[in-house]
Design a protein. Sequence first.
Length: 277
Amino acid sequence: MIDRRQFSKGFALAAGAALLAGPGFATAAMASEKFVSTVLVDVESGAAIHRGGPAERRFTPCSTFKFPLAVMGFDSGVLIDPHHPRWDYRPEFQTTMELQKKATDPTIWLKDSIVWYSQELTRKLGEARFRDYVTAFGYGNENVSGNPGKKDGLTQSWLMSSLAISPDEQVAFVRRFLDRKLGVSDHAYEATLASLAQYPAEDGWTLHGKTGSGFVRDAKGAIDRSKPLGWFVGWGEKDGRKVAFARFNLGNQRSKTYGGMIARDAMVKDFARLAAG
C-alpha cells in the first residue's frame, strides 16, 4: 500500500523549494516547467503497475477534492443519497459559468463539477468537522487554512490555495477508499460509489473518477493562466480487478481545453495499455 508518509522525505528534498511560496505557487524554477505524472497501483496487492513523472510533487487538488468531499458529505448526513439533497443555485454564489447556474444534486455536482455545491457542503459541515475529516483521511498536506490572511479555508482551501496533494497520495487515498479504511459509514462508501461518474475505456475497462482543473499561482499569489494544471483521479475496474490511478499534467502555455479534460481523455485512452504493465 502506498502510504502518504513514505513520500514525505522525498517530497521535501525534490519539491520543497517550489512550495516555499505556498502550495500551488510558482517560483522562477517552475516558470517554464511542463510535465505529466501518471501512477497506477493494483488495489488488492498494492503493487505499483506504472509510475511516471514527478509523482511525489504536491499541487492543489482543485475539483478532485470533490471525491473526498462526497465521502464527508454522505458520512455526516449533509448529503443523503445520489440525488438528494437538491439545492438551487442562488445569485450570491457568483459563478460566471452558465453550466453551474442550475439546481444540483450529488450526482450532478460530481459529473458537472459544480463549485458552489462544494462550498455549500463545507459550510454545512463547519470548520471543525471539515478539518477533522481531512486530517482523518490523511489527505495530502492536510492544510485547510486557505489563502494567507483571508480566513477562507472552509470554502477555498482546495482551490489553488493551501491544500496540496501528490499523485502518489491521490492513489493512496483511492486505495483507502476502496479498502474501506477511511473510518466512515458503509453508506458513505456506497453512496459515493453510486454518485461518481464512469467512463468506458478500451479492452472492457470502466473508469470511475473525478477530474480537476486549475492553474499555478505566481509568487505573489496571482493565477497564472499560462500554467494550467489538470487531474484525473480514481480507479479502473474489469472482471473484479481494480486498479487505482492518478494522472496529473502541468502545462507552460495557455490552453483552450481545461487541464482536467486533458488528463481524463489521456487516461481513458492509455489506461488499458498501462494497466497491462
